[in-house]
Design a protein around this ligand. Structure first.
Ligand code: 5AD
Length: 352
């Protein structure tokens, strides 16, 4: 007979449980187990990264997308979105503003928008890197051919974020139209790693049809992929999407998964996400206390922010970048940590 207290005590850093054991723990864990795991996850995080919390300046530069993921507010089938694209100069001015505020990582994120050619993206990356050699550039623009990923890497991109969304192929097919394939998604992640990117995978907690067994699989999948970053946030229903009537993911489940991922991959860079801050007023602080060590404030021009709504009620829509950063700093300090401007590379990874 399985017992959560015993399972929780077995979770030393880097130790994995079996799929059956994780499933049991996820289904049966008590408030006390969760607190114990969060405490332990924070301790493990601090043994590598201390109380430092890394910031990444997020620039959402296009909300055009060719895909139609059922959960997402900017899917191509959503006719109620006012679409925008930032031009090269606008993107570069977000970078300048962020640089002045102390940001040393810029995340260029967008839908899969074919209006930007690989050359244009590559040239943007080179310009940013040439101007600010002390910065890391992260791309988060979806699935591309290996050659394109390689080209952007050669232009100077350091990191790439591509959430796999779920580790279970059948579950993936319930969240996406048939044009999108789980195998292809995972293949992209392996390509990114092979090329040498600091690679970020990730998934939503509480997405429609997700089971405890799916979540258990996440941990085994992540251990195998061994990414440098893992983005985890609760599913939040978007009113114009086919999943508008599904319940949001819970705070507790997201925090539990953050802690379990921290323990399974002790050195991983783990953001406390905007989605977590959206479902609970102290979500991001609680995320840090459960083992997260990255925050990603928005550097996009205030005028376009409300158009980049992947889900409803997203926070931080109105504030200027500087306000956003100051507000986050105060929040991070309220839980005994501090924001640092360092690039915040994966431990032991040396990159240009
Ligand atoms: N709720 C929460 N997260 C979402 N994402 C997309 N739509 C939603 C939603 N409705 C997440 C996906 C995607 C990332 C950019 O945002 O995991 O990879």
């Amino acid at each position: 007979m399985l017992n959560t207290k015993l399972l929780v005590r077995r979770l030393q850093p880097g130790v994995l449980l079996s799929e059956e054991e994780y499933t049991f723990l996820i289904e049966n864990c008590t408030e006390e187990d969760r607190e114990y795991l969060a405490h332990k996850a924070r301790e493990v995080c601090e043994s590598y990264y201390g109380k430092d919390i890394y910031v990444r300046g997020l620039i959402e530069f296009t909300n055009y997308c060719r895909n139609n993921c059922y959960y997402c507010g900017i899917r191509c089938g959503n006719g109620n979105v006012s679409r925008y694209r930032l031009g090269r100069e606008e993107i570069l001015s977000c970078v300048e503003e962020g640089y002045g505020l102390g940001f040393r990582t810029f995340v260029l994120q967008g839908g899969e928008d074919l209006a930007y050619t690989p050359e244009e993206i590559g040239s943007l990356v080179s310009v940013i890197k040439k101007k600010h050699a002390d910065c890391a550039v992260t791309l988060s623009i979806g699935e591309w051919e290996r050659e394109v990923y390689q080209y952007w890497f050669d232009c100077g991109a350091n990191r790439y974020l591509l959430r796999h969304e779920t580790a279970d192929k059948n579950h993936y097919e319930k969240l996406h139209p048939k044009e999108l394939s789980w195998e292809r998604r995972v293949e992209c992640l392996y390509h990114l790693k092979e090329i040498g990117y600091q690679t970020g995978a990730g998934f939503m907690t509480g997405s429609p049809y997700q089971t405890a067994k799916n979540l258990a699989k996440e941990l085994l999948f992540l251990k195998e992929l061994n990414p440098h970053m893992v983005g985890i946030g609760p599913f939040i229903a978007q009113k114009d999407s086919p999943f508008s009537d599904y319940p949001n993911g819970t705070l507790q489940m997201c925090l539990l998964m953050l802690s379990l991922v921290r323990l399974a991959l002790p050195k991983v860079l783990l953001p406390s996400t905007t989605a977590l801050g959206t479902i609970h007023p102290n979500g991001r602080e609680l995320g840090i206390l459960a083992g997260a060590n990255v925050v990603m404030p928005n550097l996009s021009p205030v005028g376009v922010r409300e158009k980049y709504q992947l889900y409803d009620n997203k926070i931080c829509m109105g504030e200027e970048s500087a306000q956003c950063r100051d507000w986050l700093s105060a929040r991070v300090e309220s839980v005994g940590c501090h924001i640092v401007t360092a690039r915040g590379d994966y431990i032991g990874m040396v990159q240009k």
